[in-house]
Design a protein around this ligand. Sequence first.
Ligand SMILES: CCC/C=C/C=C/C(=O)SCCNC(=O)CCNC(=O)[C@H](O)C(C)(C)COP(=O)(O)OP(=O)(O)OC[C@H]1O[C@@H](n2cnc3c(N)ncnc32)[C@H](O)[C@@H]1OP(=O)(O)O
Length: 316
Amino acid sequence: MFSRTLNQTHQLSKSLGTFVAGEVKGVPSKKSLVARTMSSQATYEFETLKVTSPEEYVKHVELNRPKKLNAMNTAFWNDMIDCFRKLAVDPECRVVILSGAGRMFTAGMDYKDNEALRTALSDKEVSRKAVALNQSLLHMQTSYTVLETCNKPVIAAIHNACIGGGIDMASATDIRYCTSDAWFQIKEIDIGLAADLGTLQRFPKIIGNDSLCRELVYTARKFTPEEAKHMGFISRIFPDKDAMMAASIELAKTIASKSPVAVQGSKVNLVYSRDHTVQEGLDYMVTWNSAMLQSEDTAKAVMGMMAKETPIFSKL
Ligand SMILES: CCC/C=C/C=C/C(=O)SCCNC(=O)CCNC(=O)[C@H](O)C(C)(C)COP(=O)(O)OP(=O)(O)OC[C@H]1O[C@@H](n2cnc3c(N)ncnc32)[C@H](O)[C@@H]1OP(=O)(O)O
């Protein structure tokens, strides 16, 4: 497979031209890149989220209601959908870091400010309540599913509390880091409901331990960073938030330096394969790469490797 790729690369390199100073001819000119950058600059202004760009191609989305411990309120559900749908199509974004401002990552669903739920449950006939609740819950689920349908990898950087909706949300991200003072709680049982925003669907597949998952869901007991790491929910623990954010940015920079075609294709196929049989996943992969193996990124990556130079990939 590798030698076939090299042969194809050789053919491609002929048509693409010679490898010049770490770049390949055929890359859009500086002028056209500037034009594209100007036209693709998205605005990210939200009531409950703060969006910054700590590095090229890296976006940092901060849950930004620190006084309310980033509890998820009416505006939050809309903001998440708007924000991640923009990030999904923004060529300036290749990877996202998701963290919380202030004392804690998140205290979960806002008990006081959730307009759609309040209206849905207000005085009306029972089937009308059910329809309204159905719509609200679907909307809330979408607020986390956008983390998955956005093809750019999302790194959750979790400090202190990650409660209820926080677990739903983190379970829809790609990579999770946390601080040593983090604590986790699938809290919904304690407020008389079955978790309904993705924890029961995604969390068990992440940790791969059905017995432990049920224990945590049925008891709502808090679990520690060490336990979270041992079960595979968290990949790294840091002594404090600064160290975690620095490592998250380094990780994001590394991912952003890779071919966006390859990274985003990998995410799409990992998510697809999680939800399908091995054969269905393999079939989908073949279809995907029948298009994507023709990418200039494949030629650039292989040529860069052979020339011991770092390839620079065009915006996607
Ligand atoms: C049904 C629809 C689907 C959605 C499902 C989602 C479910 C869930 O998320 S279940 C989990 C819900 N969250 C909780 O039960 C946590 C509640 N909060 C706490 O237990 C404590 O606040 C906490 C242990 C996190 C921190 O305690 P601490 O003493 O350090 O701070 P507080 O003084 O309690 O809080 C500071 C201010 O934040 C406000 N706040 C905290 N959590 C919430 C919340 N969930 N909703 C709304 N507001 C919250 C708290 O009221 C304080 O504000 P203020 O009084 O204005 O100072």
